[in-house]
Design a protein around this ligand. Sequence first.
Ligand code: UDP
Length: 236
Amino acid sequence: MPAHKRILLKLSGEALMGDDAYGINRSTIVRIVREIQEVTQLGTEVAVVIGGGNIFRGVAGGSVGMDRATADYMGMLATVMNALALADTMRQEGMTARVMSAISIDQVVEPYVRPKALQYLEEGKVVIFGAGTGNPFFTTDTAAALRGAEIGAEVMLKATKVDGVYTADPKKDPTATRYHRLTFDEAITRNLQVLDATAFALCRDQKLPIRVFSIFKPGALKSVVMGHDEGTLVHV
Ligand code: UDP
């Protein structure tokens, strides 16, 4: 039996890159989709918020000197591209997915309408939220917190390169250890960056637990959904 009925999975754009320098790596996206499929087969409803950093990040790179809001809209459009790629890969793998965008691009994807998203989830379809929150100056982590709270997800699963929250950066400090559980307050007192401040505050206010785990560890997503002690759980 899965431990969760409904989850919100936050995938960064970088998760789709694999070992490439940018863009979408074919075998990586297929692997991630298959991991999501395994979870849906357990009967868990899955919503995904996808980032865009593999294609465009509003505050860096090609956006130097650009108007921040314009660059951020470009970043949001990048997330829609990733959402389309993810949904199409799901289709190829025999799954049913729906992309909903926070910015209206009606010829391409349907707009985000909360009751419709809830209906799709109840029907067992994977819902992929594109275009972040639809607002500049925010991140897709904040979109994940927002949508997670809106759809009543039991947990927000933050898929990263590292398998949890550590006492220090494990790449720099070999003595760093992983936290199994943390409260929101402990994360603040110990100055641990779990999500950006806005996203973190939203999860804390809405009492939406966050589990940080590695998407590069095969089987980790299923293990999380089965309720195993994978990664780090940040809770109230
Ligand atoms: N973005 C935004 N508002 C949002 C979500 C995203 O303006 O609600 C823009 C922002 O420029 C950001 C980019 O989209 O840099 C890509 O999102 P993010 O950096 O969160 O992607 P990730 O790091 O998860 O790949």
